[in-house]
Design a protein around this ligand. Structure first.
Ligand code: G6P
Ligand code: MG
Length: 217
């Protein structure tokens, strides 16, 4: 039976996906090219340095490591400027209600994000206490689509992967959850999140009971 829910952060709990995109787009523009929203789908859930590599390849640029470190730090600085203004008002619609149902159902909760800024964002929105375990980009060696971030979460909660449901908005994140042996609810478009067990537009469109029913055998 299902014992735990593991949540991605960006695009699931808060809409920081848009801030990542804005900061990356600003960087690409400074380098002389542009990135579209459609292109951005492949960056979701992908680590900072891997995202930069994908963007540079898109712009046809090859740069030395020191320059890349500089660009990644610049992007992060712009990103932090955007997220520093966040408050609990920025929690996505339906999240607070969904979490109160999660508590009533006595489910365990973990955060599984490859973002190194995840703890900072949880503090800003006042949701640090909503998670029994927090796995972020500082605790993993491999980003999504590698399952490490989710399997570490399950291990900290002391539950088996098959007892976990992952909530993800990213193609790479859905793949990570499936590779980890977990049930995966995709949040977004079914045409994009094709590997998910099922897809809903957002947590606002779901109830905990509905999710549990889907995965109870
Ligand atoms: C999340 C986001 C990605 C981001 C990654 C690293 O997975 O979906 O867009 O690149 O975290 O975030 P960081 O805050 O460490 O740069
Ligand atoms: Mg995400």
């Amino acid at each position: 039976s299902i014992k735990a829910f593991i949540f991605d952060l960006d695009g699931v709990i808060v809409d920081t996906a848009i801030y990542h995109y804005q900061a990356w787009r600003r960087l690409a523009n400074e380098l002389g090219f542009d990135i579209s929203e459609e292109f951005n789908e492949q960056l979701k859930g992908v680590s900072r340095m891997e995202s930069l590599d994908i963007i540079l390849a898109h712009g046809g640029l090859t740069l030395p490591d020191e320059k890349k470190a500089e660009l990644a730090a610049q992007k992060n600085q712009w990103y932090l400027e955007l997220v520093s203004r966040m408050t609990s008002e920025d929690i996505l619609p339906g999240v607070a209600n969904f979490f109160s149902q999660v508590r009533k159902a006595n489910l365990l909760t973990a955060l599984g994000s490859v973002s190194k800024n995840a703890p900072l964002i949880l503090e800003r929105i006042g949701m640090t206490e909503a998670f029994y375990a927090i796995i972020d980009g500082t605790k993993i060696t491999k980003g999504k689509p590698d399952p490490e971030v989710f399997t570490k979460g399950a291990a900290e909660l002391e539950v088996a992967p098959a007892e976990c449901v992952v909530f993800e908005d990213a193609v790479a994140g859905v793949e990570a959850g499936k590779r980890g042996g977990m049930f995966v609810v995709g949040l977004g478009s079914p045409e994009v999140l094709t590997q998910a067990d099922f897809v809903a537009p957002s947590l606002n469109a779901l109830t905990v009971d509905e999710v549990l029913e889907r995965f109870s055998k």
